[in-house]
Design a binder for this molecule. Structure first.
Ligand code: GLN
Length: 207
């Protein structure tokens, strides 16, 4: 790879921001946090971390970030959303509180805490062709799943075992990427590398 590494922001209103900054740097990006509206314009791509999507939504609105983020997503900015970040990118939520809003952009319906509230966390190996080779150790923490996805959405991974087998837990549409799980906590940077490549490609096409 040549050229200056892309500058990727991590939405830093709530959630596991630090882990994503580290994973992105390990994957070859320059990083910064995005907390204020004027910071939205500066980045070539954005990661929305895991956390609590109802809190994240409230803070995004309180900090005046909702409109500028929606505008950049609509204009094609690459975004990777993990867990609560996936919820934030969903066009539709299943059974959510009526006052919860998302940024949207991805033609999916997402169910929060889909594996059951009692299922706090679990891990599973997933085979994701786009990441090649070894299976990915997927860590799910009060995770959502994708209940249904539009035609334009490419399914990257489904749960492989147990009662939730078949449920979609990773997807991509254009330059938007989402996972129900948390690759930032495992030391396996392939998902972040895929996203950094998406951002690089996006910038190459636009320059
Ligand atoms: N259950 C959380 C929510 O609905 C997401 C959990 C996570 O991001 N680890 O926002």
């Amino acid at each position: 790879m040549t050229g200056i590494p892309p500058l990727i922001g991590v939405l830093a209103v709530q959630g596991d921001v630090r882990e994503h900054l580290a994973a992105l740097e390990a994957a070859g990006a320059r990083t910064t946090t995005v907390r204020r509206p004027e910071e939205v314009a500066a980045v070539g791509g954005l990661v929305i971390p895991g956390g609590e999507s109802t809190t994240m939504d409230k803070l995004v609105r309180a900090f005046g970030l909702q409109a500028p983020l929606r505008e950049r997503i609509a204009a094609g900015m690459p975004v990777y959303g993990s867990c609560a970040g996936m919820i934030m990118l969903a066009d539709r939520l299943a059974d959510a509180r009526p006052d919860q809003e998302t940024l949207g952009g991805l033609d999916i319906t997402v169910r929060r805490n889909a594996f059951g509230r009692q299922v706090d966390s679990f891990e599973e190996d997933l085979h994701i062709r786009e990441l090649g080779g070894e299976p990915v150790r997927a860590v799910f923490i009060r995770a959502p799943w994708i209940e249904d996805a539009g035609e334009s959405v490419q399914v990257l991974a489904r749960v492989e075992e147990g009662p939730a087998a078949g449920r979609i837990v990773a997807a991509r549409s254009g330059d938007l990427l989402v996972t129900s799980f948390h690759p930032e906590v495992t030391g396996d940077h392939r998902v972040h590398r895929l996203f950094v490549d998406i951002v690089r490609q996006h910038q190459r096409e636009r320059s």
